[in-house]
Design a protein. Sequence first.
Length: 139
Amino acid sequence: MEKATPDQLVTDDDLVQTARDAMDNAYAPYSKFRVGAALVTRGGHIFTGANVENASYGLTICAERVAVFKSVSEGRQDIARIAIVSSSGEHTYPCGACRQVLNEFGKEIRVVVADGSGDVVNVPLSELLPHSFGRESLE
Ligand code: THU
């Protein structure tokens, strides 16, 4: 059996709870749609994000991309899994732009979404973004 990687010690429920905590920091005065994200790297490092809106609406950034950019800019590209929750109480899947940004760091990243009742769905990014355009497309 292969040795467990540190990320495997973090359960989906743990990561969802961390995303819920991150959602408290959402800045969403326009949409009122608050989103929290938490990712874990294969090395076991955790980074969080919340959506940050702007009066110039197009400058808004999603929670998922905040988390990815924090991780990568801190030198951690080995993203294993990302959990996402929103104030809607429904399962909230990442938008197309965030799927593309996640894809840069691995088609096999697991995407974990939870609704308000704690029902958790875990899918590979490749299922959410099939036939993707990525680094290999440029080779
Ligand atoms: N939003 C996210 O943060 N992540 C998503 O996956 C979907 C949308 C944010 C952007 C905006 O602040 C609000 O939700 C409504 O679109």
